[in-house]
Design a protein around this ligand. Sequence first.
Ligand code: ASP
Length: 406
Amino acid sequence: MVEKKKLPLIWKIAIGFVAGILAGIVFGEKISFIAPIGTIFVALLQMLVVPLVFASLVVGTASIGDPLSLGRVGVKTIALYLFTTAIAIAIGLTLGNVISPGVGMGLGADLSGFQVPTPPKIGEVIIGLFPRNPVASMAQANMLQIIVFALFLGISAVFAGEKGKILINVMDSVAETMYKMTGLIMQLAPYGVFALISTTVAKYGISVLAPFGKVIFAVYLGCILHALIVYSGLLTVWARFSPWRFFDGVKEATLTAFVTRSSSATLPITMRVTQENIGVSEKISSFVLPLGATINMDGTALYQGVCALFVAQAFGIELSLGAQLGILLTATLASIGTAGVPGAGLIMLTLVLTQAGLPVEGVALLAGIDAVLDMARTAINVTGDATVATVVAKTEGELADVKKAA
Ligand code: ASP
């Protein structure tokens, strides 16, 4: 039989990625006319997020049903998120000390005219978890508020018995439809990825990046080490899941995060691949992943560790061990407060620098190359969410064997 084999989507995306890098180098700024394709691709992904998260979380909560086991899953998830984040910062700080990216920076840069962004206060963040008006939360795509409301709704629907079942069925249908829509939109990914990566490469030529080579190296190396050591370790020891199979299974999400620089926009894909390729149940993925896209930012935390040291070194400030431990604490909190959108980590870096008594002007220095650092940290943020979802699913007996099922 001479049936023509279709090229798998991930290969098309990979081709879009490589061709995009080449096009960016060859055509430079002239390629920017295709930027709208990237913008539309990201907009379509964002379009999925609110209905998908809301509907699948209501169904997921209702299917766990018992608030006690929901609480157990919640505690486990948050503990794992905090644990991986703290290790990420430790790796970032270590690399910042070893590679010393800021030493000899010679700060002649003109930092005037840079508006230092104001980071949100931690107390306000906690109050802000609770929605006064869930419709407004959805309109603003406020993920944590949507999560809180969906949890209440799912539990209440179970308590409502027969009548509540109708709501759960409707949400189930919405969630399924949204997964199908995710599949459709992913068909555009090769073109979206091409547009996003080519315009980024065109904008950040080698000349812009060269002086910051060491910071970029430290952040990228840290992200790779974190995935290879921490994620592989957790997957092997706790989930008895082959890291190779895992990274292979989630690569579409990792790559999309890399080019879109948004955990939140990547969320529909993260949910799809962890369910379809890894075997995490919808119950677990619909709860763990939206939460992770909002609060679990290992890449961002690692970046903050490296960058705090970079700024200190660039300004010739000595950071004691105590000060670095302080950074570990604030960077954990800052990464939790970081929104899953492009560039959010840079804003939260001001919080880390302020707490550590470092000049916030350092943020201005890093702003110029933020997109390049954001790509790596977002890819790790998303991969970290999927790792924790896999581990939690395994320990809850919610990890199916997809190879057998297929
Ligand atoms: N862009 C990152 C994310 O969406 C957040 C950050 O800027 O660090 O995960």
